[in-house]
Every structure is written in structure tokens, then in C-alpha cells.
Write a protein that binds this ligand. Structure first.
Ligand SMILES: Nc1ncnc2c1ncn2[C@@H]1O[C@H](COP(=O)(O)OP(=O)(O)OP(=O)(O)O)[C@@H](O)[C@H]1O
Ligand SMILES: [Mg+2]
Length: 274
């Protein structure tokens, strides 16, 4: 069972809200939806947060413990609200990864949802996993022809909404699979944070973003502008630049973030093409 790297605080940004609207629509209308965006903008964390996947994984990990009373330990209630499976395609996807891994997750989540009080045994929809409404496939770029065919089969047979999450270019690549592509309801671009929202987060939520300096340490407008410019609204870069700022501030015994401090932090960062 793989676990994504999670942050201490997930921020429900505007981009996350757009992702939520998109995923709700795919789930409601049982489409195939494509979500693409550059590395580090928050696609994986958004999918996991939307599907309450940390809580679901914890439930299944605890269920494997021998001492646990499986009949009294309940699945997380949120699972019944979203009815989602979140699956990360492995680096080399084989047929059995999808048949046993992904389909196995659908079966396990379907059974778990039935165990939540008030959900009951009555199917909510047709299909083999009537309680699963949406499958989020992260790292969909790793899927080759056979894997994509298997996903199309899963979609057709089980009446489940399907979201494929990957890098920009995913949409273009999938046009080469006309049968799958003809089932795509719509595509959603996951973008970096807008400048104004990033500035709002930096001023109001710097601690949640990883800054370990006292409140008010990040109030110099030039320092804020430099962080916004360097990171371009990419939250992975924001976390990484704060890691450098924390380190340099501790070494030099600084308690405020200045443009010079940001510049020095910038020099230690490797920023790829995003
Ligand atoms: N909503 C958020 N709140 C807080 N931090 C976030 C949020 N979204 C992203 N991050 C930060 O950005 C990092 C990258 O996020 P994530 O792994 O979801 O990006 P990604 O778009 O899936 O990237 P990749 O294409 O490389 O898989 C996270 O580890 C976290 O530090
Ligand atoms: Mg990711």
C-alpha cells in the first residue's frame, strides 16, 4: 500500500475548490474526466483530500491488525459521503495491478461503505460496486494501451465515474485512443495559485505553509513579492523555499524574512521547468 507524502495542513485553495466542482460533476454524471497540471501544484493532495483517502487507508491498515475486533471497528463516515477510490498507478502498470489492485480497492471500499450505519445494503446504483461512484487514478501518464483499455472496461462495466490525473499533455496523448477519448466528458486544468491568492496565504497562513518564524515575520512586501515571483504560485516550491528560509534564518539568528533572505534561500533551490 503506497502512501503519498502529506503536508501537516491541507489548505482548501481556490484551485482545490475548482477540482472539487470538477470531481463532483464527474461523479454525478459518471463521466470520464481528465485532470492535468504541472508538477507540484497539488493534484495528488487534492485527490486524496477530496476522497478522504488518508482516513480510508488508515481504516484498511487497522483492519489488517490481528487483535482488532473487525465487527465493531467502523469505516470512516466520510467515505459514504464521497464514495471514492483513489488509486496511484504504479511505475510499471501490469494487468494484475488493475485487476487485483484497483478493482480490489473498489470491492473493498464498496464493502466498507455498506458497513457504515444508515448506508444500508440497498444499492445506490447499478453495477458491481454499487456504492463506489468515483475512481481517481493518479499518475495516469504511466498507463499504456492495455492499462487504458482495462480502465475503459472498468468504466463501461461498473458505471463508475473515472478521473485520470496526470501531467499537461495527457489530454493530447489520450486522443490516440479514440474509444476511451470518446467517453471523456471534460478536461480540467489544475493551475498554480493565482498571485493574489498566494499573497493572501503568505500573509495569513505562513505557518501552515511551513514557515517556522514568529507571527508577523513575513510582512515585508518586497519579500512577499519575491516569494510569489520565485514560486509562481506552485505550492511545492513554496514549501521548499520556506524550508530554506527556516534553515538560513536559524543559522543567522534572524526573526524576519527580508528580500535578501529570500534571495539567499532561492540560491539553494533547484527549480525545474514547471
Ligand atoms: N492544498 C494544499 N495545501 C498545502 N500544501 C499543498 C497543497 N497542495 C499542494 N501542496 C504542497 O505541494 C506539494 C506537492 O503537491 P502534490 O504532490 O499534490 O502535487 P502534484 O500536482 O501531484 O505534483 P506531481 O505532478 O509532481 O505529482 C505537497 O507535498 C505540498 O507540500
Ligand atoms: Mg502527484
Amino acid at each position: 500500500m503506497t502512501r503519498a507524502i502529506t503536508t501537516p495542513t491541507f489548505l482548501e485553495t481556490r484551485e482545490y475548490q475548482r477540482f472539487t466542482e470538477f470531481a463532483d460533476a464527474v461523479r454525478r454524471d459518471r463521466y470520464i474526466g481528465l485532470c492535468y497540471g504541472p508538477p507540484g501544484v497539488g493534484k495528488t493532495l487534492s485527490a486524496r483530500h477530496y476522497s478522504h483517502w488518508d482516513a480510508t487507508e488508515d481504516y484498511f491498515i487497522r483492519m489488517q491488525r490481528p487483535a482488532l475486533d473487525r465487527f465493531t471497528y467502523r469505516p470512516p463516515a466520510e467515505l459514504a459521503a464521497v464514495r471514492c477510490v483513489c488509486w496511484t498507478a504504479p511505475v510499471l502498470v501490469t494487468a494484475s495491478h488493475i485487476n487485483r489492485g484497483l478493482v480490489g480497492w473498489c470491492r473493498a471500499v464498496d464493502t466498507a461503505i455498506r458497513r457504515i450505519p444508515d448506508v444500508g445494503w440497498r444499492p445506490q446504483s447499478a453495477g458491481t460496486f454499487p456504492h463506489v461512484e468515483l475512481v481517481l487514478v493518479d499518475e495516469a501518464d504511466r498507463l499504456k494501451t492495455t492499462g487504458l483499455e482495462q480502465l475503459r472496461d472498468l468504466y463501461d462495466r461498473h458505471q463508475i465515474g473515472l478521473v485520470l490525473i496526470g501531467m499537461p499533455g495527457l489530454q493530447r496523448r489520450l486522443t490516440r485512443y479514440p474509444q476511451l477519448y470518446s467517453r471523456v466528458g471534460f478536461a480540467h486544468e489544475y493551475r498554480p495559485l493565482a498571485h493574489r491568492e498566494l499573497l493572501g496565504l503568505l500573509t495569513g497562513h505562513a505557518a501552515e505553509l511551513g514557515l517556522q518564524l514568529p507571527d508577523g515575520a513575513l510582512s515585508d512586501p518586497d519579500a512577499l513579492a519575491a516569494i510569489a515571483r520565485i514560486t509562481g504560485g506552485n505550492l511545492r516550491l513554496v514549501h521548499r523555499i520556506f524550508a530554506q528560509i527556516n534553515r538560513i534564518a536559524a543559522i543567522n539568528n534572524l526573526s524576519t524574512v527580508t528580500p535578501d533572505l529570500v534571495d539567499t534561500a532561492r540560491e539553494s533551490l533547484i527549480i525545474g521547468a514547471t
